[in-house]
Design a protein around this ligand. Structure first.
Ligand SMILES: C[S@@+](CC[C@H](N)C(=O)[O-])C[C@H]1O[C@@H](n2cnc3c(N)ncnc32)[C@H](O)[C@@H]1O
Length: 280
């Protein structure tokens, strides 16, 4: 193919991609924002998952301590999801490695995840909490009846409900987590504001539910004031909403670095109590 044809093919593909999302269809400003963000994330792509851990202030070797004890179980969980086929919506294994490292590095008292789906992210976050021997994990998803396919407002059509919420979380991990894992069912727009008001602390938040820019911005801005100083906000499938959020709250250094659009920002200020105690 000649270079000109390659460019046209890429542009056509990009156009088709935008138009599969109902929230962008026919919205020129939104489409422009989506394209701009994609370019920024391409330029800001880090070279490895461990580089993102370093950006958050953690030594990868220390943050990934104990991972070898969970590696086989987590790999099997990821493979089961892949074998299940359809669209399960799960994160990648490498994204999971980042989540594990962040929880091990930060030692959060409380983690909140939106979008449980088949439970792969829940598994990585949970394994790290078990290794920490501290902390709780709240994970929120819709109250979907088993057997349904679910079509989201962002256009995604997910197949995990055929197997149940969090179906891929390995049984030994579930057992080890015990009451540390709290699976909440309901629309995030109702459950999250109520939950935030009841938590004694929020040290780590992971967004992975509805990926419309308006919803994502709402979620980041809702959570940010509740996050402890030194706490971490992570987003999967970052789009223009992440850039807007980082600019609005003065976090430009976190706007573009990403691992395949998994992004994070660390709240300025003192580090949470757990880390202070360890350093002292
Ligand atoms: C991308 S999947 C999550 C995958 C999961 N993090 C994993 O790694 O296995 C997105 C999930 O968000 C949930 N979701 C979408 N809109 C939601 C809403 N308004 N409230 C709660 N959950 C929602 C969907 O049901 C779906 O399970």
């Amino acid at each position: 193919m000649r270079p000109k044809e390659v460019t046209w093919t890429k542009l056509r593909r990009h156009w088709q991609e935008i138009n599969t999302w109902p929230c962008y269809r026919g919205r020129w400003l939104g489409q422009l924002g989506y394209s701009f963000a994609k370019l920024i994330y391409r330029l800001g792509q880090v070279k490895s998952p461990t580089q993102l851990l370093e950006l958050a202030g953690f030594h990868p070797g220390e943050a990934l301590e104990g991972f070898e004890r969970w590696e086989r179980l987590l790999r099997v969980a990821a493979e089961r999801i892949e074998r299940a086929g359809g669209n399960q919506g799960a994160i990648s294994y490498e994204d999971g490695l980042i989540l594990y490292g962040l929880v091990r590095g930060l030692k959060p008292r409380c983690v909140v995840e939106t979008g449980t789906g088949p439970g792969l992210a829940t598994s990585f976050l949970g394994a790290a909490l078990v290794e920490n021997r501290a902390g709780e994990l709240y994970t929120i998803d819709l109250p979907v009846e088993s057997g349904q396919q679910i079509r989201l407002e962002d256009g995604g059509a997910l197949d995990w409900p055929a197997r149940g919420l969090g179906w891929a979380i390995p049984a030994p991990l579930r057992k080890a987590l015990g009451t540390r894992l709290k699976m909440l069912r309901g629309d995030v727009r109702e459950v999250l504001p109520k939950l935030l008001g009841t938590l004694p602390a929020l040290d780590l938040f992971f967004h992975d539910d509805l990926h419309t820019p308006a919803h994502m911005l709402w979620e980041y801005e809702l959570v940010w004031p509740y996050l402890s100083p030194g706490g971490i906000l992570i987003s999967d499938d970052a789009n223009f909403a992440w850039l807007r959020f980082c600019w609005r709250v003065g976090l430009r250094r976190y706007a573009s670095p990403n691992w395949r659009r998994l992004t994070l920002a660390r709240k300025p200020g003192d580090v949470p109590h757990v880390i202070r105690r360890r350093v002292a």
